[in-house]
Write a protein that binds this ligand. Sequence first.
Ligand SMILES: Nc1ncnc2c1ncn2[C@@H]1O[C@H](COP(=O)(O)OP(=O)(O)OP(=O)(O)O)[C@@H](O)[C@H]1O
Length: 206
Amino acid sequence: MSTKSMLSLNTTNLGIDILNRVDLTVKAGEVLCLSGPSGSGKSRLLRAIADLEPHSGSASLDNRKQDSMPGHCWRRQVMLVPAQSAWWYETAGAHLAKPMPQALLALGFPEEADGWQMAKLSTGEKQRLALVRALSYEPRALLLDEPTANLDEDSTLKTEAFLLEVIREKQYPVIWVAHSPAQIRRVANRYFAIEDKRVKEQEIPL
Ligand SMILES: Nc1ncnc2c1ncn2[C@@H]1O[C@H](COP(=O)(O)OP(=O)(O)OP(=O)(O)O)[C@@H](O)[C@H]1O
């Protein structure tokens, strides 16, 4: 059964050493793309929002504040998919909170992928599996760190289309770190870039 959460993801005066005063509001179903030079703090901003990194200021899901709950409860709701994920179990399927046959199929996995040995998966397969794992936990917001970085053009387009469909259906607020102007154009509702230690809104590239 599909459950819509319709929550907005907010940051208020959030800061880390290399980023100042980040105030973002991402509405339900909205994709906010974020770019910036290498080392400008994109991944660390996502980690701070996921409460995995010390920071000042706060983050909230509607009126529920990050610091009102234990970190692991917050992260179940505000799900970070890092550029590189850690894997604990022997098989792909063992990492999923519930069977996800449609998502696996949509991301180009064959039916038997559930039983695949993690050690044999390619980087791109792991990246797609990390998205399926995140969705299997039924989060309420997504933080995606370059989710198609290791994928070829065809898989990139497939993955974008799949994510946009899920985001629309579930109405997740999403922060999506992306470098490619073409991808930003395809997926972003709003676009921000890091400049001079600040996150600034920009025109979506033409
Ligand atoms: N725990 C830490 N304490 C202090 N500095 C750190 C820590 N972790 C990473 N850094 C530094 O913070 C900077 C920002 O790192 P981050 O991974 O957020 O960059 P990024 O914008 O995501 O870059 P890229 O596009 O290359 O992935 C880097 O210079 C990195 O070396």
